[in-house]
Design a protein around this ligand. Structure first.
Ligand SMILES: [Zn+2]
Ligand SMILES: [Zn+2]
Length: 153
């Protein structure tokens, strides 16, 4: 069953995901600000083996994140839309940008990271769990619980 579908502005890159989100979060780190062009990135984390690109794959740009880990952002090399992101050292996880979803209203954020970088003009979400930096406690537990549930069923 298709749970999430989306793609870029020119539709060169399209994707679908067949499982529920693991974690939904907003990150305010400087890399997310630079790549999104605004105050934060909004992501839905899914399992990469329940996800596929339908037409062409995005292009990737790799940075060392503020956490110190390598981080690879996927974008359409034609229209420039941000599509996805992942840690090369954790290939089982994939982040989808909320703006690339066909229905961004599906986003239900529970966590915000890198509050230390939030500019004073940006309002925060009223009900997320907030972390000054990364890694976020509670996020790791959700990831572990998701994969534990999968191995049981
Ligand atoms: Zn495109
Ligand atoms: Zn970030």
């Amino acid at each position: 069953m298709k749970m999430l579908t989306g793609g870029c502005a020119c539709e060169k890159v399209r994707y679908e995901c067949t499982d529920v989100p693991i974690v939904q979060l907003m990150c305010h780190c400087r890399d997310c600000q630079r790549s999104s062009g605004t105050a934060f990135s909004a992501f839905i984390m899914v399992a990469s083996d329940r996800f596929r690109y339908l037409k062409s794959e995005p292009a990737f740009f790799e940075t060392v994140a503020e956490s110190g880990r390598l981080f690879r952002r996927g974008f359409c090399n034609h229209c420039g839309s941000q599509i996805s992101a992942h840690w090369p050292t954790r290939p089982q996880l994939l982040l989808l940008t909320v703006g690339s979803l066909d229905d961004p209203s599906k986003f239900e954020p529970t966590a915000e990271t890198w509050l230390a970088r939030v500019p004073s003009w940006h309002p925060l979400h009223p009900s997320t769990v907030k972390f000054r930096e990364a890694p976020a406690e509670g996020v790791k537990e959700r990831i572990e619980a998701y994969f534990a549930r999968r191995t049981q069923s």
